[in-house]
Design a protein around this ligand. Structure first.
Ligand code: AMP
Length: 282
């Protein structure tokens, strides 16, 4: 496994590999790695000649400075997991490598309604930050395939839009959400939960699974209201729980029984913000 800290170094190395005909798979992360991240690395390693993984806690995507300050860092363990899972090249840039001109006048991306609903609504500026970092990383790594997790459903849509509007020569491959046995979606933020809260957090997946069972054509209002109550009663502070068109995230209050729909939720438990989603009808 080779480690790079400078963008010029990794770009030059990967260019040589590309000229030799290697295909490149890329897994961008913010570290504090877990089995969800490793599933992406494994998938890339299976399908690409070289697997690149970046670890960079991107300041521009945190709308809450306290969340940024508390983001877990477990570099030694991350590198061990990556070596064991088959990553070939690790990119560990400083902020100045990603934003060489500073962070004051970064490019803004047209994202349409994706920026004003769900995560976009509750984390203003978050998806601009995601686009800024992913665009820059794609320019440095120039992968054939970009691997991202369905756990961040809306983020995958934002990144696909980034790729499409900028004609970036990369394919986005979305990988299914990896969960604990309890159903809790794996997340770096779970490390900040107490043992007791971690088991309570499984209520999110139970609620989503219940929604899936109860989904039927007609009004969705009672279904959504019950799900929010279930979470609130379990001690969560819910930012949103919505049922949306699975392909463009338009929020539905009624369902026709045919359109593909996904339920998406964001909720705080003891000050830790957790997100999850489940496709209810494909
Ligand atoms: P993060 O380090 O949280 O920015 O995540 C890096 C990548 O891993 C993103 O594409 C996430 O969607 C993905 N990811 C995070 N958690 C999971 C999970 N539980 N299952 C699958 N992918 C995940």
């Amino acid at each position: 496994m080779i480690l790079y800290k400078e963008s010029s170094g990794i770009s030059a190395y990967l260019e040589k590999q590309r000229q030799k005909g290697e295909t490149i798979g890329f897994v961008p992360t913010m570290g504090a790695l877990h089995r969800g991240h490793m599933a992406l690395v494994e998938t890339s390693a299976k399908h690409s000649g070289l697997t690149v993984c970046s670890i960079f806690v991107n300041p521009t995507q945190f709308n809450d400075p306290a969340d940024f300050a508390k983001y877990p860092v477990t570099l030694e363990n991350d590198l061990k997991m990556l070596a064991e899972t088959g990553a070939d090249i690790i990119f560990l840039p400083e902020v100045s490598e990603i934003y060489p001109a500073g962070m004051d006048q970064l490019k803004q991306y047209p994202l349409g309604q994706l920026e004003t609903i769900l995560e976009g609504k509750y984390r203003p500026g978050h998806f601009q930050g995601v686009c800024q970092v992913v665009h820059r990383l794609l320019e440095i790594v120039r992968p054939d395939v970009l691997y991202m997790g369905q756990k961040d459903y809306q983020q995958c849509m934002v990144v696909q839009q980034l790729i499409d509007t900028n004609n970036l020569p990369v394919r986005l491959e979305t990988c299914t959400t990896i969960r604990e046995d309890s159903g809790l979606a794996m997340s770096s933020r779970n490390m900040r939960l107490s043992e007791e809260d971690r088991s309570r957090a499984a209520e999110i997946y139970r609620t989503l699974s219940e929604l899936k069972k109860q989904l039927k054509p007609g009004s969705l209002k009672a279904l959504k209201g019950n799900a929010i109550k279930q979470l609130t009663d379990a001690g969560f502070k819910v930012d949103y729980l919505e049922i949306c068109h699975a392909l463009d995230l338009t929020i539905f209050d009624e369902w026709d029984g045919k359109t593909p729909v996904v339920a998406l939720v964001a909720a705080f438990l003891s000050g830790v913000r957790l997100i999850d989603n489940l496709v209810l009808h494909a």
